[in-house]
Design a protein around this ligand. Structure first.
Ligand code: NAD
Length: 275
């Protein structure tokens, strides 16, 4: 699959340029809106099947603009495809002249199945998007930022399952440990260029992933049930989190004030896991 934009408008603004993968829904959508409200130009990236949702998001972001300046662009890309990810970075650079922030958020979770019963194909499917996809995003964003010579911010999506493995989520957990390792390695490699690399490690967040995959796999049929039964058992705060709470952390970690933090994978999990 190749990368394309649905429309391109030249931007001459001095805004920071951010790319967010998996932006059509859930955490990625909240991050895109938050960074746009913070003043960034955002490339909202997702699969072709999500083009309608991305266009709505782009329109919502552009409605924030006081003067009609374009503040967002739809970029279709599959993070498992190397050409697609390269083109995603090139597209942002072509439109805005640079890349300052890469949020590698796209990820998938397969239905929860005991370790000994999971389809063997889950390994390739999950590692392809969650680990390979993150590697390509970190790699090509890093190359571009080094070339520019003025630092940058790379942010990845790990998970509380990237800190402690569990039955039922073996391949997912392995992929999220991979994101942690990648985050540390990239931070080590890119620190000398003023580029910080960090990742979020959410617990149970109210998103389509949780509603469509986690809850049905655990026998929950009504969305509200997770608040009453699962969340109190799993985190000391006794509730699920919102995508906006993850986005608030991303807003901080890409800010100038977070310039001395790198290589970290930070729990946003209501106290499910203490480092
Ligand atoms: P979600 O399923 O609601 O959204 C994920 C988005 O990624 C979708 O829009 C999807 O189309 C996109 N995507 C999937 N494969 C892609 C590909 N190959 N290329 C480009 N885009 C692709 O998920 P979410 O809950 O918003 O999670 C976002 C990230 O946070 C994921 O990496 C997820 O693993 C991680 N995470 C989520 C939770 C949670 O509780 N929701 C917890 C821990 C970690």
């Amino acid at each position: 699959m190749s990368t394309s934009t649905t429309s391109e408008t030249a931007s001459t603004s001095q805004r920071k340029t951010a790319l967010i993968t998996g932006a059509a829904q859930g955490i990625g959508r909240a991050v895109a809106l938050r960074l746009a409200r913070d003043g960034c130009w955002v490339g909202v990236v997702d699969l072709k099947s999500q083009e309608g949702a991305l266009t709505e998001l782009k329109d919502e972001i552009n409605a924030l603009s006081q003067d009609g300046e374009s503040r967002a662009e739809v970029i279709i890309a599959d993070v498992t495809d190397v050409k697609s990810v390269k083109n995603m970075v090139d597209t942002a650079v072509r439109i805005t002249g640079k890349l300052d922030i890469m949020v590698s958020n796209a990820g998938i979770l397969k239905p929860l199945v005991p370790f000994l019963e999971a389809p063997l194909s889950d390994w390739d499917d999950v590692m392809d998007v969650n680990a390979r996809g993150a590697y390509y995003c970190y790699r090509f964003a890093g190359e571009q930022m080094v070339k520019q010579g003025h630092g940058g911010r790379i942010v990845g999506a790990s998970s509380v399952m990237g800190k402690k493995g569990r039955d039922m989520v073996a391949t997912y957990s392995a992929s999220k440990f991979a994101v942690r390792g990648l985050t540390q390695s990239a931070a080590d490699a890119l620190g000398k260029y003023g580029i910080t690399v960090n990742a979020y490690a959410p617990g149970h967040i109210d998103t389509p992933m949780t509603h469509n995959t986690v809850l049905p796999s655990m026998g929950f049929t009504k969305p509200g049930e997770v608040h009453r039964t699962l969340a109190p058992k799993e985190g000391v705060l006794g509730r699920t989190g919102s995508a906006e709470e993850v986005a608030a952390w991303v807003s901080f970690i890409v800010s100038d004030g977070a310039g001395f933090i790198t290589g970290q994978t930070v729990g946003i999990d209501g106290g499910m896991h203490f480092d």
